[in-house]
Design a protein around this ligand. Structure first.
Ligand code: BGC
Ligand code: BGC
Length: 628
């Protein structure tokens, strides 16, 4: 087990030979040769109450300026899903943004470095030109730990190039119900699969910078969302935000506690054992108790039983949803339940004021404040952030690099799941192909949520420079001998082609915007009509679904000779073409069971005997091209 309180030996050695004068004049907390616990104690002893409270609050890029970071002594900042640098959104823009805030933090009396967090949940998706990996649903279908490890490392490197070290990933939900809008961000319905793959990602990410040079930080991950986010019951959530009602997201996870723990806790146990530095609390409730106020689980279970020593961060504006009178009492409830850092992008100054009042009236004890601040400082010391708060120059050339794109393409290939094949696949060079469906040629649709914007984008491939749409991939892989005609609406004339490829699926979405009822999982009438229209236009019809979860097929199943789940492949659409042409084998397996129809839909928690008849394909299903 790698403790986050242990400094890497190389760092201790490298800095242990610093000049004698530096050691004589610098306070102990600045000395990387000392044990982390000693550095924490020394620094805590020097901090005023205001300096401590600043470490407990996270500000948002859209609301907080560098000057405010300095004035409020903020210890953490974030860019949410919709807050790239104002201008320009390129590596220099990001670097200038982060370094502007970092300089403000380093310029404070004690010079405590700032941690800046971002949701790089499928690569550095907020930056045009970065490598966009397939979403986790696809990586779960690939089921390859070594691949996860390498994707973790590549993501750490692209972020470090601009000075970002803190990623709000991995999402380790075990998903009970694909009607939940975060199924695509997750690693499937099986606890062991989620645990194994997320552990590999974390191991790779944390070691991602080691071979880029000496003295670089160990980047920081966030296991989220603790606990039971993927178990939310349909209809247990009912809030209206951004114009959309929720059904599951942020709802209630219900059941007998031992069974719930057996299902949802193992991924977190594995994350803690792998040395993850941060845990994000879930918006959801646990048998009715909001997780942000659940002291037994946040302290008793996570701290005492699992031995977690890093920082616990609240989710975006989650505190204001707690059942207490007034924002100050909500803040007190969260902090006293065990939340160390309050993610309050728009209200950070206000929260610091409330914390001060709560401290003065002893509604939050001095002990609890010191404990929370120690958790934050421990992470910063253990990362080596005091010694290296800036960007990693050696990673600069890696953003969207050929090696990272090749890795993403490999991930796409390995994640394709072949569900049906009646002598339609593989495609052969020299064939005449008719390609239809907007999902064939749209980098936004194939990348899903958390790409450039919180709920993604569509309709403008120029927004992801360097990306390859699935259609472009087909052309590239099919080569000059393959005739490929494309019409989004299926407008073709002339005698039937060899193969019709129809690419349909979901629009991009994030969180509750993607909550659906079972009817909402059905292919749209327009998509069904497109399939019907294409059917007579080729001898074989191959249906490729570009979606974050299984979709209910209805007549489309019988109308198709072959069916492929391509998930949300990200920027490297050529990986889809590699498998369709048989250049790479189909090895992906379903991370979610596939429902047969909307009326009989059942979530994973249903008994196997009850659920089995409602399924078209079971968990783990997936054909190969050689399957008879
Ligand atoms: C999501 C988190 C995310 C956070 C910051 C929240 O809405 O639930 O997963 O890390 O926003 O963007
Ligand atoms: C932010 C996300 C956040 C979401 C939750 C969005 O505007 O960009 O980061 O998770 O709001 O409300």
């Amino acid at each position: 087990m790698i403790g986050i309180d242990k400094l890497p030996t190389w760092l201790a050695l490298a800095l242990g030979c610093g000049s004698l004068t530096a050691q004589a004049t610098e306070p102990p907390y600045r000395n990387p040769g000392l044990p982390v616990e000693q550095r924490i104690a020394d620094l805590l002893g020097r901090m005023t109450l205001d300096e401590k409270l600043g470490q407990m609050v996270m500000g948002g890029r859209d609301w907080v300026t560098p000057a405010q970071v300095g004035a409020l002594h903020l210890g953490t900042m974030l860019s949410g899903g919709d807050s790239p640098p104002p201008d320009p959104n390129n590596p220099d823009g990001w670097s200038a943004l982060i370094q502007g805030y970092q300089a403000a933090a380093l310029g404070t009396r004690l010079g405590i470095p700032l941690l800046y967090g971002i949701d790089a949940v499928h690569g550095f998706g907020a930056l045009p030109g970065a490598t966009v990996f397939p979403h986790q649903v696809a990586l779960a279908a690939a089921g390859d730990e070594d691949l996860m490890c390498r994707i973790g490392a590549a993501t750490a490197r692209e972020l470090a190039a601009v000075g970002l070290y803190w990623n709000f990933a991995p999402l380790v939900a075990v998903v009970n119900d694909i009607r939940w809008g975060r199924a695509y961000e997750s690693l499937g319905e099986n606890t062991d699969l989620v645990t194994r793959l997320a552990r590999a990602y974390t191991t790779g990410y944390q070691a991602g910078l080691v071979d880029l040079g000496p003295g670089l930080p160990r980047p920081l991950l966030t296991a989220k969302h603790f606990l039971g986010d993927g178990g939310v019951a349909d209809g247990s959530s009912h809030f209206h935000l951004k114009g959309v009602w929720s059904r599951l997201d942020r709802g209630d996870t219900r059941g007998e506690e031992t069974a719930l723990l057996a299902r949802f806790l193992p991924p977190f146990q594995a994350q803690v054992a792998a040395g993850v530095g941060a845990v994000m609390v879930s918006y959801s409730r646990w048998n009715g108790t909001p997780m942000h106020g659940h002291g037994d689980l946040l302290q008793g279970l996570l701290r005492q039983q699992l031995g977690f020593r890093g920082l616990v961060v609240s989710d975006w504006e989650a505190v204001a949803l707690l059942p207490a009178q007034g924002f100050d009492q909500q803040v007190a409830m969260a902090v006293n339940a065990g939340v160390d850092v309050l993610m309050e992008p728009a209200r950070s100054a206000e929260v610091i004021g409330l914390l001060r009042t709560l401290a003065a009236s002893n509604q939050i004890s001095a002990h609890r404040i010191d404990e929370a601040v120690a958790h934050v400082l421990r992470v910063k010391f253990a990362m080596g952030l005091f010694e290296h708060p800036g960007p990693v120059a050696a990673a600069g050339g890696l953003i969207g690099s050929p090696q990272h794109r090749a890795l993403a393409r490999e991930a796409v290939r390995k994640s394709q799941v072949l569900l049906k094949n009646q002598e339609a696949l593989p495609l052969r060079r020299g064939q005449h192909l008719r390609v239809a469906g907007a999902h064939a040629d749209d980098l936004g649709l194939q990348s899903g949520g958390w790409t450039l914007a919180w709920s993604g984008f569509q309709g403008d491939n120029a927004r992801l420079p360097g990306g390859t749409s699935i259609l472009a991939g087909l052309r590239q892989v099919g080569g000059p001998t393959t005739r490929i005609d494309y019409s989004a609406n299926g407008d073709f004339a002339g005698p039937p082609a060899d193969v019709a490829l129809v690419l349909v699926g979901e629009p991009p979405y994030a969180e509750w915007l993607g909550d659906r009822d079972a009817q909402g999982l059905r292919l749209s009438p327009q998509d069904q009509a497109l399939i019907a229209r294409m059917r007579p236009l080729a001898r074989k019809l191959v249906l490729v679904l570009v979606s974050g979860r299984p979709l209910i097929l209805d007549q489309a199943l019988a109308a198709s000779d072959a069916l492929v789940a391509a998930w949300l492949p990200g920027s490297e659409g050529a990986g889809v073409a590699d498998t369709l042409f048989g250049d790479a084998p189909f090895t992906g397996k379903l991370p979610y069971a596939w429902p047969r129809d909307a009326d009989s839909f059942l979530p994973a928690s249903a008994s196997p005997a009850e659920r089995q008849p409602s399924l078209l394909y079971e968990f783990g299903y997936g054909l190969s091209l050689t399957t008879p």
